[in-house]
Design a protein around this ligand. Structure first.
Ligand code: ADP
Ligand code: MG
Length: 616
């Protein structure tokens, strides 16, 4: 469906509709777009600020508010105020059980396995719906500020998000009325904002350090030919700026002997907000001095740094682990990109820079950099930057099982996505009306060593001699890595289609192991494959010739029949020997001998039988 936007301010029709970039954060969310000068810019809806706190408040009259105004209610109405919903996206109760005490609102534990729900008043909401509310607010702010319809977006997610979390993010976008063109990794977006990876010639290995409100992650990326490959990620999903605030709160409690006041949750929240204010102030000043009620809240920068030092150390440990997992050392890292509001803290910058032994990229506001990069990505998708193509690659080959249990690769590993490819197959038995299509992922020659993704039957093929049907199998892999397999018998038009998620459930380690296995076993696999191919061909030959003799007994002399049967027996013996050269030799002999009378009585079935690969 094509849509036309009219810019009401200028009266002009925008042919290409705007695509925005959205950073849907745990603590803060924001939208960015490419301004008419071609530069990314965060959208600031009249006076509402750039960052939209990812907080939703359900008012008693049923209204829902999102952002700064909702944040106020964390103090006054915590049960009806939802924060950190990103932590719950695509997760089951079991996933988050250990941390459920962190949430002041009600999370429903149905059976542990299914996706969580949140209860507000007497209504239930899924994290997808709640994230959808945040996205809807962002969409509306963008529309208001830009005075144009905003229907398409790129949304970012952490690099460690699994399929189910990515799908949930996409669904949340859909609920908000957005067509989500691409889900992009946050570290990829951040590096784009710094222009790293925009030049397809450039090859780089970079570290992206992201310390947000409640989460920390570090990603090591390899950028090559415009492809961003995540070499490793590490982090702590419960470490962030909130811990810095808590450290300050605890310090004030101790200083002022406030232990008995802690029952009062709104006093608690007020202290927490004051602590955040102090932390931010200490980014640029050496001392903070204020009150909550009549309680003095003072802290020096030196004290603050002492309080958070061990937390910062923890993030450095994660950086070490990420390097180790990527098999790299510090000197391999060419650039370090700082992301997340908490990297404004000078001590954090210093420690990261000391660890990587280089200056870090911190020129762009760290809480905006992801959204800005997402806007650049959307601009690329809109086709406005023809010179660059941002692509992801599929980590493992995709193919189907052919006769003898062999893997026939249709989309090879490292193919850039989106992509499509297809191949034609045929049947191996006369009158075969069903064809089983088994889809596999992996690098080994035998499907039994690969991972089965899906299996389905192409049913209703009209009965024809073996080798007669023409079955086209097409693989379509979209940009999110979702594979659609379509099988169609061309003579009859019989068709079947399935959708599979190739990488679902595979961790990076598993992918790596599958690749290593394939390398280690490559030689072994090749000889096995050659033997299986020879056997399949031989069996097919025996089948075809025996059938030929049975059908055409009257057309062949007795001597010819005897000789043919002898050659068939020789081939059968060769098949049992496991010697591929012997099999080939016997096939050739049988072929040579039967060719004259096959030609005499050209049966299309025979000539077609050997074309195209057959599927059992
Ligand atoms: P997320 O990615 O988790 O949504 P952000 O990147 O927006 O979060 O980071 C939010 C965190 O950044 C909060 O803990 C906030 O207090 C912190 N922060 C914001 N500004 C500063 C600052 N000037 N100094 C230190 N921390 C800051
Ligand atoms: Mg973030």
């Amino acid at each position: 469906m094509a849509k036309v936007s009219i810019n009401i301010a200028t009266g002009s029709v925008q042919k290409e509709e705007l695509i925005v970039g959205i950073d849907l954060g745990t603590t803060n969310s924001l939208v960015a777009f490419i301004n008419p000068d071609g530069n990314p810019q965060v959208i600031n809806d009249t006076g509402k600020g750039l960052l939209v706190p990812s907080v939703i408040h359900f008012q008693s009259n049923g209204d829902v508010i999102v952002g700064n105004e909702a944040k106020e209610f964390l103090i006054f109405d915590p049960q009806n105020t939802i924060f950190s919903v990103k932590r719950l996206l695509g997760r089951s109760f079991k996933d988050i059980e250990a941390h459920s005490s962190l949430f002041s609102y009600k999370i429903i534990d149905d059976d542990g396995e299914s996706l969580v729900k949140i209860k507000v008043g007497d209504k239930f909401y899924s994290p997808i719906e709640l994230s959808g509310m945040i996205l809807k607010e962002l969409k509306e702010r963008a529309e208001h500020a830009l005075k144009t319809a905003v229907n398409r977006a790129v949304i970012t997610v952490p690099a460690y998000f699994n399929d189910s979390q990515r799908q949930a993010t996409r669904d949340a976008g859909k609920l908000a009325g957005l067509d989500v063109l691409r889900i992009v990794n946050e570290p990829t977006a951040a590096s784009l904002a710094y222009g790293i990876g925009l030049n397809p010639e450039e090859e780089k290995t970079i570290a992206v350090y992201d310390l947000g409100g409640g989460t920390f992650d570090v990603s090591i990326l390899k950028i090559q030919n415009g492809i961003f490959e995540v070499l490793s990620t590490n982090g702590d999903t419960f470490l962030g700026g909130d811990d810095f605030d808590r450290a300050i709160v605890n310090y004030w409690i101790e200083q002022n002997k406030l232990e008995d006041k802690l029952e009062d949750s709104s006093f608690n929240q007020a202290l927490r907000l004051k602590a955040e204010e102090a932390k931010k102030a200490l980014t640029t000043q050496n001392i903070f001095n204020d009150f909550v009620g009549d309680v003095p809240c003072a802290i020096t920068k030196i004290k603050f740094e002492e309080l958070i030092s061990s937390k910062v150390d923890q993030t450095i440990e994660c950086c070490k682990n990420a390097l180790k997992d990527a098999g790299l050392s510090i000197s391999d890292i060419q650039e370090v990109v700082m992301v997340g509001g908490s990297t404004r803290t000078p001590l954090v910058k210093k420690r990261v820079s000391d660890f990587f032994e280089k200056e870090v990229h911190d020129q762009i506001n760290p809480d905006e950099v992801v959204a800005l990069g997402a806007a650049i990505q959307s601009d690329i998708l809109a086709g406005n930057r023809k010179d660059i193509l941002l692509l992801d690659v599929t980590p493992l080959s995709l193919g189907i099982e052919t006769m003898g249990g062999l893997m026939d690769v249709i989309i090879p590993r490292n193919a850039k996505v989106p992509t499509k490819a297809g191949r034609q197959y045929t049947t191996s038995i006369d009158g075969q009306v069903n064809m089983k299509i088994s889809v596999y992922q992996g690098e080994r020659d035998l499907v039994s060593e690969n991972r089965k993704l899906a299996e389905f039957d192409l049913k209703g093929i009209p009965a024809m001699p073996a080798g007669f049907p023409k079955v086209d199998i097409n693989f379509k892999l979209n940009a999110d890595g979702i594979l659609t397999v379509e099988a169609i018998e061309l003579r009859s038009g019989v068709k079947q289609e399935v959708e599979v998620k190739p990488t679902y459930g595979l961790t990076d380690d598993q992918v790596e192991k599958m690749l290593l296995d394939s390398v280690e076993n490559a030689r072994d696999d090749v000889s096995k494959r050659m033997l299986i191919e020879a056997r399949t061909e031989g069996e097919q030959m025996v089948y075809t010739v025996e059938r030929f003799l049975a059908k055409n007994a009257d057309q062949v002399s007795e001597q010819e029949t005897t000789d043919t049967l002898n050659l068939i027996n020789a081939l059968k013996n060769a098949l049992g020997s496991g010697d591929k050269d012997l099999i080939h030799k016997s096939i050739d002999e049988l072929n040579e001998f039967t060719r004259p009378f096959a030609e005499r009585l050209m049966n299309t079935a025979i000539s077609t039988a050997m074309k195209g690969k057959a599927i059992e």
